[in-house]
Design a protein around this ligand. Structure first.
Ligand code: NAD
Length: 495
């Protein structure tokens, strides 16, 4: 695929809600500007939804859900497969929407699109495998089995960092389980969500089964969380907002799945292949401009190889190319507010005595200065309890820490409120397995990067990185379905 494919995509002038299959402006008539992170210019206007819009979307979903649930799951899977096939045909359009509204390269947007398509095919197949269990009863002449039942309407609230993956990660498992869905798109990536909704309907999804609304968190997201018509809420975003959602949903005992942030450690042992470790540390910290829940923001290095690793990584970091082209290593961050928050955190770390080894500033060369670009930033000498070491910044910033040995490295890795991903670089099998056993993280990697899982694997975190659920993989089916235990008593005399 080439950049000219990106130019063929026509950005809507105003991105509208998709309610009951119809493009719908916010009832208030309000809209907000969506800016292009690569140059700060307005990309499009976006419907600014509020409670009344959310309510209408939920009503449409409630009305559509019984007919959708009445379709055998195998047939629901056929429709999901049509959606994934249509996404494949429209791959360039989807990648263009992702690239334009995030500022990431078209190449990276294509990779993300492929992941979303693959996830669609995986959950389409789950329509043929919505397994329950049969098990022996302790009582004679009693047949016992569990079956999956839809919950009703799923409220899906997502983050902007990988927009097509984030929407696919939730919509496909929610639908295969027989739920209708209301998506609250991230305010920074409305167009990808809108396009996904269009494609789903063109591929045969009935009106009202998937509704998409745009707007800000408290205005458009909170009404979904509070609405008694929404049976399950799945949220991808910050721990701060996740906590609020859990509290609100807890009041009405609605089911909640929280996929939250991380402050992910990457440990480099004294026996590591340092070139490989540097390569993966840079990718883990800076790809997607560090806007990955899985990004490595804490690099914990054995004392004996610390200086060498630091110098190699500093050189690598300074060599990274920043921009939105396919030859660039990382693009802008999603908006100026986030960028300023990151710059303030770096200044605060400096003031506390940390050393900035690379980056640490907004890029101001003519081609980049109107965009939201932060130079990839490498820091050392930050205290492990300082804000920069404990708070997720969600940008291209990573810190180095020294550890005297393996036990100290594991202890430091676990010294976080989060527990999403973790990685160790070592040539020692015993260390690798011991690390996997002892580290508190939902995803552990040996000799590569801190990354998310694949469509058929569970992903989620320990501690403040989530609330115990796992999406996607077949584990996501447990988020979006109720289990029903069915007992059939038999009278052998009537057999
Ligand atoms: P955010 O929490 O600010 O917003 C996420 C979504 O929640 C947005 O759609 C926003 O509009 C909405 N929202 C905000 N306040 C709300 C409220 N009070 N009620 C309902 N909805 C509300 O997060 P962000 O900055 O957009 O995204 C970055 C975060 O997402 C990071 O913490 C990152 O680690 C996390 N993330 C986690 C995963 C994962 O799988 N664990 C994946 C991607 C991103």
């Amino acid at each position: 695929m080439v950049m000219s494919d990106m130019k063929k995509f026509k950005m809507p002038e105003e991105t509208l809600n998709l309610i009951g299959g119809v493009d719908t402006a916010a009832m208030s008539g309000e809209a907000f500007d969506k800016l292009d992170p690569s140059n700060g210019k307005v990309l499009c206007r976006v419907a600014r939804s509020r409670g009344e819009d959310a309510r209408k979307a939920i009503e449409c979903a409630v009305a559509a859900q019984p007919a959708w649930a009445a379709l055998p799951s195998v047939q629901r899977g056929d429709i999901l497969r049509n959606i994934a096939s249509e996404m494949k045909k429209r791959r360039a359009d989807i990648a263009a929407a992702v690239a334009l509204e995030t500022g990431k390269s078209f190449k990276d947007a294509e990779g993300e699109t492929d992941g979303a398509i693959s996830l669609g095919f995986f959950f389409a197949g789950e329509g043929q495998r919505l397994y329950g269990r049969t098990m022996p009863s302790a009582t004679p002449n009693k047949h016992a089995a569990t079956v999956r039942s839809p919950i009703g309407v799923a409220g899906l609230i997502i983050a902007a960092n990988t927009p097509i993956a984030n929407i696919a990660w939730k919509v496909f498992p929610a639908l295969i389980c027989g739920n209708a869905a209301v998506v609250k798109a991230a305010e920074d990536t409305p167009v990808t969500a809108w396009l996904f909704g269009k494609i789903a309907h063109e591929a045969g999804l009935s009106s009202g089964t998937l509704n998409i609304i745009h707007g800000f968190g408290e205005e458009a997201g909170t009404p979904i969380v509070d609405d008694p018509g929404v049976g399950v809420i799945s949220f991808t975003g910050s721990a701060e907002v996740g906590r609020k959602i859990a509290q609100a949903a807890g009041k009405r005992l609605a089911r909640v799945s929280l996929e939250l942030g991380g402050k992910n450690p990457l440990v480099v042992c004294d026996d590591a292949d340092l070139e490989n470790a540097v390569k993966w540390a840079a990718l883990s910290a800076f790809s997607n401009a560090g806007q990955r829940c899985a990004s490595a923001s804490r690099l914990i290095v054995f004392d004996s190889v610390y200086d060498k690793f630091r110098d190699m990584l500093a050189e690598k970091t300074k060599s990274l190319k920043v921009g939105s082209g396919d030859d660039d290593d990382l693009g802008p961050v999603i908006n100026e507010k986030q960028l300023n928050r990151m710059l303030a955190a770096i200044e605060d770390a400096r003031a506390r005595g940390a050393t900035v080894l690379a980056g640490g500033r907004r890029l101001d060369d003519p081609a980049l200065k109107t965009g939201f670009y932060l130079a990839p930033t490498l820091i050392e000498n930050a205290g492990p309890d300082d804000e920069i070491s404990t708070v997720e910044l969600f940008g291209p910033i990573t810190c180095l820490y020294r550890a005297k040995d393996f036990d100290a490295a594991v202890a430091l890795a676990n010294k976080s409120l989060y527990g999403l991903t973790a990685c160790v670089h070592t040539g020692n099998l015993h260390r690798a397995i011991s690390f996997a056993q002892r580290v508190q993280a939902g995803m552990v990697v040996v000799n590569a990067g801190t990354y998310g899982s694949e469509p058929h694997m569970p992903f989620g975190g320990f501690k403040c990185s989530g609330n115990g659920s796992r999406e996607p993989g077949t584990e996501a089916l447990d988020v979006y379905s109720e289990l029903k235990n069915v007992c059939i008593n038999i009278n052998p005399e009537l057999a």
